[in-house]
Design a protein around this ligand. Structure first.
Ligand code: CMP
Length: 143
């Protein structure tokens, strides 16, 4: 069994709607082990660095303003095929295309305010996990 890790973000609109518990429960019943988790509020520079691949896109400014608008939850989820499994659970980036039953189909407000983020590859998972977590904040294989 090969365990994989992915970085999950519960974005400000979902936190504001008091849905943290519901979403975390969904992660656990789906089979993910939560091996790191915290609530943080990002500043402009932190968001710009995190989403630097999108810096020239037309939606970048809106994305940054949204992501600094309130606290978020960042979590490291661990399971077999965690990256793919988590992306299937949250649904398409565009909530209008997200399949029924996915988190974005149910809880997103718009494309920019799509509620959730998940790493899209092993390389980005590594970057994103290291972006938010120190080694001593990750608890894998301890219980
Ligand atoms: P996320 O998975 O966090 O990765 C980049 C984010 O940019 C994405 O979710 C959306 O919130 C936002 N985004 C990507 N494409 C668009 C778009 N075409 N219009 C508006 N927002 C977008």
């Amino acid at each position: 069994m090969t365990l994989e890790r992915t970085l999950s973000i519960i974005k400000p609109n979902i936190v504001a709607k008091n849905l943290i518990g519901k979403i975390i429960n969904k992660f656990e019943i789906t089979g993910f082990k939560i091996i790191g988790i915290k609530m943080i509020r990002l500043n402009k520079q932190q968001v710009e660095n995190f989403y630097k691949l999108h810096i020239n896109r037309y939606f970048f400014k809106d994305l940054v303003n949204f992501m600094i608008s309130g606290p978020i939850i960042v979590a490291i989820l661990e399971s077999e095929n965690a990256i793919k499994l988590h992306r299937e659970l949250i649904g398409d980036t565009n909530p209008l295309k997200a399949l029924k039953g996915t988190l974005r189909a149910e809880y997103a407000d718009s494309y920019t305010e799509n509620g959730f983020h998940g790493s899209d590859s092993e390389k980005s998972a590594m970057f994103e996990i290291n972006y938010f977590f120190r080694k001593d904040e990750i608890f894998s294989g301890v219980n």
